[in-house]
Design a protein around this ligand. Structure first.
Ligand code: PEP
Ligand code: MG
Length: 587
């Protein structure tokens, strides 16, 4: 309740990060970067200031190390992210540049550090890949900690929360989310973040409702008492009325029931009513996501984006490190396929330790397979690691951004070199390991028949395929309205790729975001895809729809959809069909 009577209810919209409803007492966690003002010190104070900065840095490292060490094995993802934070703090650039600024400009430590931090943050901000851009938040979070330590202020800690509350914060650091695991926190809402931010990823793996990117939540929060977080709709309600509390209470019950119902599907096979079996697999970025994938009923990993191994570090990952990581994932799935995609680096995907050119048109620049074919040693080390891991499970190798046969052959030649090197050293590997390609460039779709003769499987990357086929920059919000998975051109391309694959007897998968969208499940079944790979949490819903479908009817329907001329028309017909066929589902 605010001053002078009841406070008005406020409803704010953000990005749904983790499904579920939480209703409870709000808890404001101050996580904004403390403001610094430009100030200087006398020359005689410079070394004192340098020492104070180094102490604050040392203290921050100690704190993160101790939080990391308190994290049990089961939360290994946190462990890894906290190690990334430590590595950032240990990065000599941050430290050296700050010390240089204090010495050369006689700046106070907090102003010097702030300047260095801001310039690094700008670099991160320019990165177009939303996932990688998010890594800038890691920097901001450690920056916050260092500045608070510099000011000698104790950091408000999640560990001290003893009551079931809903956290409202500008952002949460991995140190915070690691502590949420052991706290009674019921949900959270933050100003910043996207679906691919660490906070969102961990909220999903912890299974607590969360809304991120609310923008004004900390501003609006004020003295609010009760907070509702609706992680499905991406809505946060501050000071709800009694009626709203009742309404969301009902919604919470319904959600719990739906989750129980869906859990039953995790163990069931994905078989349509007329007996067609599909494999539903998970897309992962961290090896630790394997557990959630298994719990959600994933039949393996359809896309492991290995770029993560390159992030936020000074050195290149060694072959051993690749091998250990891949082996860990392969062993988790034992009999199920794990598809390891070689690095999709370069262009909009960022790796701090590689000298990548600043390109005008990064999506069409030196990225992915093109980059790997140029940096052959890095590429070959990864391939050797994948080959070695292949004896520990059912591993597949996949190349991104293949534009045609010559590129595929060039990549296969590197595989051959890697194989001979291993043979020479008598290192075992699976000689039959499946090697496939992502079909995500229109030229590859056009020559899919030729490619199918020389590869073991296709996986359609709709995120890029739509971008290139429709000439829509996938990270440009001004043209996002044109980013249409149901565009007849896209559906035709998908059909063409599936048919070309099947004519040569190879399986065709889809691993772009389109694969995990329940509205499209029936069409994708109808277009004949053999596998769909998606965010693990989408698996039970897609599975339920497919188990209620009849494959030959879906095929006929997909054929009729292709007669329509525009995406809008197709969507209208599809929605109507889905609502008729699956009245209990929500699209
Ligand atoms: C795609 O392009 O659809 C895909 C799955 O790969 P990424 O999103 O990593 O480019
Ligand atoms: Mg792609």
């Amino acid at each position: 309740m605010g001053e002078g009577g009841r406070t008005r209810m406020r409803v704010l919209k953000g990005i749904p990060a983790s499904a579920g409803i939480a209703i409870g007492k709000g808890y404001f966690l101050n996580r904004t970067l403390p403001r610094s003002v430009k100030s200087t010190i006398g020359r005689e104070k410079v070394e004192e200031e340098v020492a104070a900065f180094q102490r604050a840095l040392g203290r921050s490292k100690e704190q993160i190390r101790s939080i990391r060490d308190s994290v049990a094995d089961s939360t290994a993802e946190h462990h890894q992210i906290l190690s990334v934070h430590l590595a950032l703090l240990e990065d000599s650039t941050l430290m050296e540049q700050t010390v240089r600024m204090i010495r050369e400009n006689q700046f106070t430590a907090d102003w010097a550090f702030n300047r260095v931090l801001q310039s690094l943050l700008e670099t991160f901000h320019r990165i177009e890949d939303p996932y990688l851009r998010e890594r800038g938040h890691d920097l901001r979070q450690i920056g916050h900690r260092v500045l608070e330590n510099l000011a000698g202020r104790p950091l408000d800690s999640v560990a001290s929360i003893k009551d079931p509350v809903i956290i409202v914060a500008h952002d949460l650091s991995p140190a915070d989310t690691a502590q949420i695991l052991k706290s009674p926190v019921q949900g959270f809402a933050t100003d910043v973040g996207s679906r691919t931010s660490h906070t969102a990823i961990t909220a999903r793996s912890l299974g607590i409702p969360a809304v991120v990117g609310v923008e004004r939540i900390t501003e609006e929060y004020g003295t609010s008492e009760t907070v509702i977080v609706d992680g499905e709709e991406g809505v946060v309600v501050l000071d709800p009325t009694e009626e709203a509390i009742r309404e969301y209470g009902e919604k919470r019950k319904a959600f719990a029931q739906r989750t129980r119902d869906l859990a039953k599907f995790a163990r069931l096979p994905t078989v349509t009513r007329d007996g067609k079996t599909l494999s539903l697999l998970a897309n992962i970025e961290f090896p630790e996501e394997a557990d959630v994938a298994l719990r959600s009923g994933a039949y393996g990993v359809g896309l492991y984006r290995t770029e993560f191994l390159f992030l936020n570090r000074k050195d290149l990952p060694s072959e051993e490190e690749h091998f250990d990581t891949y082996r860990r994932v392969a062993e988790k799935f034992v009999r199920h396929t794990v598809t390891i995609r070689t690095f999709d680096l370069g262009g909009d995907k960022f790796a701090s330790q590689l000298e990548l050119a600043d390109e005008m048109n990064p999506a069409m620049g030196l990225r992915a397979i093109r980059f790997c074919l140029r940096e052959k040693d890095i590429f070959k080390a990864q391939i050797r690691a994948v080959l070695r891991a292949s004896t520990f499970g059912k591993v597949r190798l996949m190349f991104p951004m293949i534009s045609g046969v010559s590129e595929l052959r060039a990549a296969m030649a590197v595989v051959e070199e890697a194989r001979s090197e291993l043979r020479r050293k008598r290192v075992p590997f699976d000689k039959e390991m499946s090697i496939g390609i992502m079909v995500e460039i229109p030229s590859a779709a056009m020559v899919a028949d030729l490619l199918a003769r020389e590869t073991d499987f296709f996986s359609i990357g709709t995120n890029d395929l739509i971008q290139y086929a429709l000439a829509i920059d996938r990270v440009n919000e001004h043209v996002s309205y044109l980013y249409e998975p149901l565009n007849p051109a896209i559906l035709r391309l998908v059909r063409r790729i599936v048919e070309a694959g099947h004519d040569e007897g190879i399986p065709v998968s889809m691993c772009g975001e389109m694969a995990g969208e329940p509205l499209y499940s029936y069409v994708l079944l109808g277009l004949g895809l053999d596998e769909l790979s998606m965010n693990a949490t989408s698996i039970p819903r897609v599975k339920r729809i497919l188990r209620k479908s009849v494959a030959h009817e879906a095929k006929e329907f997909a054929g009729s959809l292709l007669q329509h001329s525009t995406a809008a028309e197709i969507e209208r017909v599809l929605r109507k069909k889905m609502e008729d066929l699956f009245p209990d589902e929500r699209f």
